[in-house]
Design a protein around this ligand. Structure first.
Ligand SMILES: C[C@@]1(CC(=O)O)C2=NC(=C\c3[nH]c(c(CCC(=O)O)c3CC(=O)O)Cc3[nH]c(c(CC(=O)O)c3CCC(=O)O)/C=C3\N/C(=C\2)[C@@H](CCC(=O)O)[C@]3(C)CC(=O)O)/[C@H]1CCC(=O)O
Ligand SMILES: NC(=O)c1ccc[n+]([C@@H]2O[C@H](COP(=O)([O-])OP(=O)(O)OC[C@H]3O[C@@H](n4cnc5c(N)ncnc54)[C@H](O)[C@@H]3O)[C@@H](O)[C@H]2O)c1
Length: 252
């Protein structure tokens, strides 16, 4: 086996972009824009929409009515890109020439852009997304098969236990509590190793079932640096009898 991972070029860089409170210019207000706007609002972005009212799809019109987006009722003008606060541009318009013009202007101004359905005019692609609270899964085929991305995403989502998002929120709470029990940078390595062991030892279903009292009981095992099973925590066994399982949180 190679000592380091083999390089496999040709992929997309998958990131979780923190667009909160940043301004995104959306050009076009049709069906595709409705999906883009939903994703943007779910990421707490500030959305400025440019599209003639006659072309608004019902969902987009609803967002405008609710005041969730700043709305400009006309077609795109180059001066729309003059606002230095624009962090990103997306177009979803049924006019390829206008799309290409917007793309070129964005490149002159070095603004990242996605021109829906035109891969060579995209700094980033969308993917097929699953959302359950803090859990987000995005499947990308890097332009090879968008419908396949949709199918793979649904297959992955169907394999998850119910309430996975809730479970992940609880793990977030557990990690916060752990930082109270074991504050400080010098505790970092022990804290991280212990957290890895807990995540690896418990099943996803265990985390889905975990309650506040289980977290408190589990945290008692941090000081002696042991990790009980979920069943041991539930049975209220004494931490002294929680046996070290011989693992250090990583596989060999
Ligand atoms: C994932 C999703 C996200 C979203 O848009 O939100 C998305 N397209 C979706 C659906 C979809 N798009 C198309 C079909 C028809 C069936 C099919 O072709 O499969 C379907 C299926 C449907 O509608 O069900 C047509 C299509 N799409 C692109 C081209 C141009 C080309 O390929 O050259 C053509 C015309 C091809 C032609 O003319 O034949 C290009 C792109 N579409 C992308 C994303 C990016 C690559 C993502 C990736 O590969 O992973 C990329 C590169 C750029 C971008 O737009 O960001 C969303 C599914 C969301 C969901 O349902 O979960
Ligand atoms: N990536 C994908 O998932 C995907 C899927 C289907 C279609 N598309 C592509 O996305 C584009 C839009 O598709 P749609 O179904 O949303 O179309 P649509 O006809 O529903 O919407 C087009 C919108 O663009 C607006 N518009 C047109 N010219 C404009 C301009 N110069 N300035 C501002 N607004 C303008 C219209 O008023 C309308 O609101 C098409 O090019 C289509 O090929 C992408």
């Amino acid at each position: 086996m190679a000592k380091f991972p083999e390089i496999e070029g040709g992929g997309s860089l998958m990131l979780a972009w923190q667009i909160r409170n940043k301004l995104v210019l959306m050009v076009g207000g049709g069906e595709v824009a409705a999906g883009r706007i939903l994703n943007l609002l779910n990421s707490d972005a500030k959305v400025r929409l440019i599209s003639p009212r006659s072309g608004l799809n019902d969902e987009v019109a609803h967002r405008v009515e609710q005041g969730l987006v700043e709305y400009i009722d006309r077609t795109f003008e180059p001066s729309d890109l003059d606002d230095p606060n624009i962090a990103m541009v997306m177009t979803a318009i049924d006019d390829p020439e206008a799309s290409t013009m917007i793309w070129k202007l964005c490149k002159e101004k070095r603004i990242v852009a996605n021109i829906a359905d035109v891969p060579p005019e995209c700094d980033f692609y969308f993917g097929s997304q699953y959302r359950d609270g803090p859990l987000q899964i995005m499947v990308s085929t890097s332009g090879n098969g968008p419908r396949m991305a949709n199918i793979v995403r649904r297959r992955i989502a169907a394999s998850l236990p119910p309430k996975m998002g809730e479970a992940i929120k609880k793990v977030g709470a557990l990690r916060k509590k752990l930082r109270v029990v074991a504050p400080g940078n010098e505790e970092g390595p022990k804290r991280m190793k212990w957290m890895i062991k807990v995540c690896d030892k418990w099943s996803l279903e265990d985390f889905c079932t975990m309650e506040e009292r289980d977290m408190e009981a589990l945290l008692e095992s941090y000081a002696p640096d042991v990790v009980p099973t979920f069943e041991q925590v539930r049975l209220g066994e004494d931490p002294d009898i929680w046996e070290f399982d011989g693992s250090f949180g990583f596989a060999v």
